[in-house]
Design a binder for this molecule. Structure first.
Ligand code: BGC
Length: 447
């Protein structure tokens, strides 16, 4: 039943997105096929049959994601190029739908899955987003054979294999591990004001007050898409609760009414007193840009922000910007893993498996992750290819206590996340702590 409610919710969201006509709405599916150089030309129109119905038979290898534009698409393009070098005979269609954290792409995907028109392969977070949305609805093919054949069983950390498995079968291939509990800061601004990056909430507020006195916006936020506020909030939750109790929220062993959750919401509310006033008109890239140009000093974002800082803004890791774990989360690692699987009902199954094989190879992971800002999901990737941030993060991942992200689909069902994002939108404006707590507790039935 949850699945049907989720699909209905996604459809409603999709209609809203279409109605809003936002400039990055789901309608602007990337048209830029990456099939130059020897690939077989396909008819552009062969998806639509004479009766207007959309056929699920697509000869092009359609790769569906939300990696478009600044800081997002470089890794994907590199991966597709590598794939095309190895398989010049397979035409690829980059079917990316703009919108951070899959804001629009997930709605488009839900409507296509419901209409039995799946893309050949699609980006999906390991954990609940994969398992509860698609595997439980019997929409995915198991990939155990591919994992065996490629010798991958000991090449991915067991925690990641668990995140992409259900009922003993494996359903997708992780391409990366992003860390989401990262506080980025502008080194020049910190040096100019004699500040150290904060590691606790107390330090955060001390530093934030000093920055405010100096006329610098302490914390950048871009919550035009509400997930960015949920993202900040979940790092506060982790910082207050620690990994074990944070995990208990998703298993319903700990209630959202718990005093510590209330404390986390209070801290989060206090943080909102230090953000840029135009936060609701910015997306995550725009907010990161404030930190890059020194208008703001810090932001909390996953390490896709590093891809943006380095690839798009040519900033230097540990020269222009630095990074620490978000307050209270040192030694903890909020995991976001992007994965790709094989939906049921796809015609070009062999081509999809070839793509997944490249994506899961050492070469594929290193081509992608060096640019994406994430670390390789494989344990045997070539560490020498990564910058200082990448090497630190690869080491941290091995030592840290892991936690699953809510904002990025792993910790809880898509239905619950959608409710939290809606309530978050209201909270950021009204800042009524008890109302927010009541609302996210009331939604817990969707967990
Ligand atoms: C994805 C990242 C992506 C980020 C911003 C996350 O949900 O896992 O790959 O860069 O959203 O769009």
């Amino acid at each position: 039943m949850k699945i049907f409610r989720l699909l209905a919710l996604m459809m409603a969201l999709l209609l809203t997105v279409a109605a809003c006509g936002s400039d990055d709405a789901g309608s602007d599916r990337a048209e830029d096929d990456v099939d130059d150089g020897g690939a077989i030309e396909q008819s552009e129109d062969d998806d639509t049959e004479s009766n207007g119905a959309v056929s699920s038979s697509r000869e092009k290898l359609e790769i569906f994601s939300w990696w478009t534009g600044a800081g997002e698409e470089d890794g994907l393009i590199a991966l597709i190029e590598l794939f095309q070098e190895q398989h010049p005979d397979i035409a690829v269609e980059n079917a990316a739908v703009a919108g951070g954290a899959g804001t629009n792409a997930k709605a488009v995907l839900a409507s296509r899955m419901q209409g039995n028109d799946p893309p050949a392969t699609f980006q999906v977070h390991g954990g609940a987003e994969l398992n509860e949305s698609w595997v439980a609805a019997d929409k995915m093919e198991p990939l155990n054979d591919l994992f065996e054949e490629q010798g991958w069983m000991d090449k991915f950390p067991q925690e990641l294999i668990d995140m992409v498995s259900m009922g003993g079968d494996i359903y997708s291939v992780p391409v990366n591990i992003h860390r989401s509990n990262v506080l980025w800061y502008n080194i020049h601004v910190f040096e100019e004001h004699g500040l150290e990056p904060p590691t606790t909430f107390d330090e955060f507020f001390e530093v934030a007050d000093a920055l405010l006195d100096a006329g610098v916006t302490p914390l950048a936020l871009g919550d035009r898409e509400p997930w960015a506020a949920t993202h900040l909030f979940e790092t506060v939750l982790l910082g207050v609760l620690g990994p074990e109790q944070y995990e208990q929220l998703w298993t319903q062993e700990l209630s959202f009414n718990d005093d510590q959750v209330v404390e986390a919401v209070e801290i989060f509310k206090r943080m909102l007193g230090y953000i840029n006033s135009d936060h609701s008109s910015r997306n995550w890239q725009d907010a990161s840009q404030l930190v890059a140009n020194g208008e703001a000093a810090m932001n909390v974002m996953g390490d896709w922000a590093k891809g943006y800082f380095v690839n798009d803004l040519s900033l230097e890791v540990n020269g222009d910007f630095g990074y620490v774990a978000t307050p209270g989360t040192e030694g903890m690692f909020m995991v976001v893993t992007d994965t790709f699987g094989l939906p049921k009902g796809v015609d070009n199954t062999d081509d999809v498996k070839k793509f997944l094989s490249v994506l899961g190879s050492v070469e594929g992971q290193d081509a992608f992750n060096v640019l994406k800002g994430s670390i390789p999901a494989r344990v045997d990737a070539d560490v020498s290819k990564y910058d200082e941030y990448g090497v630190d993060t690869i080491n941290d991942f091995q030592e840290a206590e892991l936690a699953a992200s809510l904002a990025h689909g792993s910790a809880a069902s898509e239905g619950y996340l959608t409710r939290v994002n809606q309530e978050m939108n209201i909270f950021v404006t009204q800042q009524e702590v008890q109302n927010f707590i009541d609302a996210i507790e009331a939604a817990a039935g969707d967990l």
